[in-house]
Design a protein around this ligand. Structure first.
Ligand SMILES: CC1=C(CCC(=O)O)c2cc3nc(cc4[nH]c(cc5[nH]c(cc1n2)c(C)c5CCC(=O)O)c(CCC(=O)O)c4C)C(CCC(=O)O)=C3C
Ligand SMILES: [Fe+2]
Length: 423
């Protein structure tokens, strides 16, 4: 077993631990990793140029027909022994839309857009695409990249924040893909860090909030009774508390909530500044905003992050709000969680309370977002110093190499993962 420490540790710069050099076995691996961890120094960012020869875009995956729905849900809930009858309850969101989630098509389009931008910049790097929970699966994408001769791969997950579900699970899935293809030691895979505060991710939301507020202004709405709700996926509070590096006190909701709060505040500030710079809007009032959560699942006995967006809408209505702007800041495309939980359920809640409601788009394939993701790839290709990486909050740039315990999930237990020090 080898862990190679690429040697920058003690001078305060990034340590690179190449986890792809061997296959690690539980205890033994954990012990060796913690010895390495002694030498591991913040901030865990890789400032070394690496000649990546391919990128794998890792998506969540979704069903593309009624027959796919239950098998897909079995994949998502794998290992948790949820009976098909229960899955059928979750399935009705998908059933309602013909069993089709738009997420795969969105990722196909993102892959094509990323490829076009990479080619335009002359990077000469192919972009492959594979999913966690549906066809095309990650191991297939990895095998394809390998068969095409690629050995040094950069992973890019369609998820911008830290938590077990939004970061570590993707790291584990890349490791699992190495397992299933038997390519440990043959291929190196590193993952791009969480990018919640990268300009390309933030800017489309700013533009969306500007558009929404402009629409409300044009309608003669009162911005002092308008509420901007930044919505993200709820997660169990136990996951939230373990999100991000464990040696930092992130406050309630861990790094997950801290990242969302920081980025929401920036989006709000930038949107208002942009509007105030326009003719006639110099005296625009501040608009109240709040971070809210959606799509909770799990048993009622298990605490998840709150408030739920629907409860928040009802409370704002009771307190005299007249308009709601929903900003799906936790998501990168308009997939089922957006179509159902926001555009269907939360919209209905707004209607029940006679609130004017608007929903801002996700980044999707906005050229600013696509170009911003390619910037992140170039940072790693070039080994761009931390100080030269542009980010919109003081929390970033996030860590390229995750520290031990980062985003760990005590329920799931220890599993190998790329791009981090274990366990
Ligand atoms: C943080 C987070 C993101 C954002 C980061 C990212 O994008 O990765 C996300 C995205 C998504 N979640 C999605 C779908 C589902 N998530 C589920 C279940 C869960 N998600 C969780 C968290 C997250 N989920 C959690 C803590 C669970 C509980 C079970 C567990 O601990 O694992 C279930 C199971 C049924 C249920 O429990 O409701 C489904 C079907 C889809 C696809 C949509 C489509 O098809 O268009 C997408 C993009
Ligand atoms: Fe989910």
């Amino acid at each position: 077993m080898t862990i190679t420490n690429n040697g920058l540790g003690t001078d305060g710069k990034a340590v690179v631990v190449d986890l792809n050099e061997g296959r690690y076995e539980g205890e033994q691996f954990a012990r060796a990793a913690s010895e390495t961890a002694q030498k591991y120094v913040l901030p865990g960012r890789v400032e070394e140029a690496v000649a990546y020869d391919a990128v794998i875009l890792a998506g969540f995956g979704g069903p593309e027909g009624q027959d796919d729905v239950i098998p897909f849900l079995r994949n998502v809930t794998r290992g948790r022994g949820i009976p098909d009858e229960r899955l059928e309850e979750v399935a009705h969101h998908y059933r309602h839309f013909g069993g089709v989630s738009p997420i795969n098509q969105q990722n196909r389009e993102l892959q094509a857009a990323l490829q076009a931008e990479a080619d335009r910049r002359g990077l000469g790097i192919p972009i492959y695409w594979g999913n966690r929970n549906w066809d095309p699966y990650l191991p297939e994408a990895l095998q394809k990249a390998y068969d095409d001769g690629h050995r040094t791969i950069l992973g890019l997950a369609t998820s911008a924040y830290s938590s077990f579900s939004s970061c570590r699970q993707y790291r584990e899935d890349f490791a699992k893909a190495l397992d299933e293809t038997g390519l440990w030691g043959e291929v190196r895979i590193d993952k791009i860090a969480q990018f919640f505060d990268a300009p390309g991710f933030v800017q489309p939301f700013v533009a969306g909030v500007v558009d929404a507020l402009r629409t409300l202004i044009a309608e003669g709405a009162d911005l002092t009774t308008t509420r901007v709700l930044f919505a993200t996926h709820s997660i169990p509070t136990s996951d939230a508390e373990r999100s991000g590096p464990r040696d930092v006190d992130w406050g309630d909701g861990g790094a997950y909530a801290a990242q969302h709060l920081a980025v929401s505040e920036v989006i709000m500030q930038k949107a208002l500044a942009e509007l105030r710079a326009e003719d006639g809007h110099a005296n625009l009032p501040d608009v109240e905003w709040q971070l809210v959560y959606q799509s909770r699942s799990g048993p009622p006995s298990q605490p998840w992050l709150e408030p739920d967006i629907n409860d928040a809408i009802a409370e704002h209505a009771a307190a005299g709000a007249t308009a709601i702007v929903m900003v799906p800041v936790g998501f990168v495309s308009d997939h089922m969680e957006v179509m159902w939980d926001l555009d269907t359920e939360a919209m209905e809640t707004c209607e029940e309370h006679n609130l004017r409601a608007l929903r801002v788009p996700t980044p999707g394939v906005d050229p600013v977002y696509v170009s911003g993701l390619i910037d992140l790839i170039e940072e790693r290709l070039n080994g761009t110093p931390t100080s030269e990486r542009v980010r919109e909050t003081t929390l970033g740039p996030w860590y390229d190499v995750c520290r031990p315990g980062c985003c760990e999930n005590v329920r799931a237990g220890f599993k190998p993962a790329i791009s981090g020090l274990q366990p």
